[in-house]
Design a protein around this ligand. Structure first.
Ligand code: SAH
Ligand code: DHB
Ligand code: MG
Length: 227
């Protein structure tokens, strides 16, 4: 990955630790989810605590009752999102790796969210058409899986939402790689194509925000689904 000052430990990471300590402190379930994910050999690529809290707040502000997540990993972002749901709310999270899904299910159950969260194993592009057949729309979609498919995931997200829904796409900056024309990594070109789709799609009104902190220099896109 391109080296960048903000992607190194430094003031931004120290400030993030300060902010998360104040505003997004880890409780037992969140800390255990990260510890058990690491112990199980999962990569350390879950959202940061402050970003998890942002997802939680977006879901609360949205009044979300049905949430779709694409890319579960160990369920860390899942827990932040699911905690924003009312008792009768639901979160469906799609994960390719059976191992990741197994770790996530244990983390989600320890957080007391197994009645609210359903982890579906398989390639998201196989699960999404089934979700569409089942019917119902989602109030919030969090896209955070293989970035090469982000344009496809955005298409599905629009089909599975309604006017007024919100879509969040993680990791759209990747240490600035998104603007390096020499970088033709499919994950980077997928991200570029997703941002172009956000710009062009008549049903989407979007922005993207750069972030620094515990997880380096990255960013997310936020889209509002309009009629
Ligand atoms: N949202 C998580 C991080 C997800 S990391 C968090 O912030 O806590 C990305 C996850 O997407 C990984 O677990 C990876 O196995 C999964 N993934 C990769 N390709 C996928 C695909 N085609 N379908 C579904 N999940 C996929
Ligand atoms: C990667 C994936 C993520 O979802 C993330 O937040 C950070 C890194 C990755 O595949 O490297
Ligand atoms: Mg991510």
């Amino acid at each position: 990955m391109t080296s960048h000052p903000e992607s190194q430990p430094g003031p931004a990471a120290t400030v993030d630790a300060y902010l998360s300590g104040l505003l997004a402190p880890a409780d037992e379930a969140l800390a255990a989810a990260l510890a058990d994910s690491e112990a199980a050999g999962l990569p350390s690529i879950s959202v940061s605590a402050t970003n998890g809290k942002l997802l939680h707040l977006i879901a609360r502000i949205q009044g979300a009752r049905r949430i779709l997540e694409i890319g579960t990993l160990g369920g860390y972002s899942t827990i932040w999102l699911a905690r924003a749901l009312p008792a009768d709310g639901t979160l469906i999270t799609l994960e390719y790796s059976p191992h990741h899904a197994e770790v996530a299910r244990a983390n989600i159950a320890r957080a007391g969210l197994d009645k609210v969260v359903e982890v579906r194993v398989g390639a998201a592009l196989d699960s999404l058409p089934l979700l569409a057949e089942e019917g119902g729309t989602f109030d919030l979609v969090f896209i955070d899986a293989d970035k090469v498919n982000n344009p496809n995931y955005l298409d599905w997200a629009v089909r599975l939402t309604r006017p007024g829904s919100v879509i969040v796409v993680d990791n759209v900056v990747r240490s600035g790689r998104v603007v390096d024309p020499a970088d033709t990594d499919p994950n980077v070109t997928g991200t570029r194509a997703a941002l172009q789709l956000l710009a062009d799609h008549p049903q989407l009104d979007a922005t993207a925000i750069q972030t620094v902190g515990a997880k380096g220099y990255d960013g997310f896109a936020l889209a509002y689904v309009q009629g």
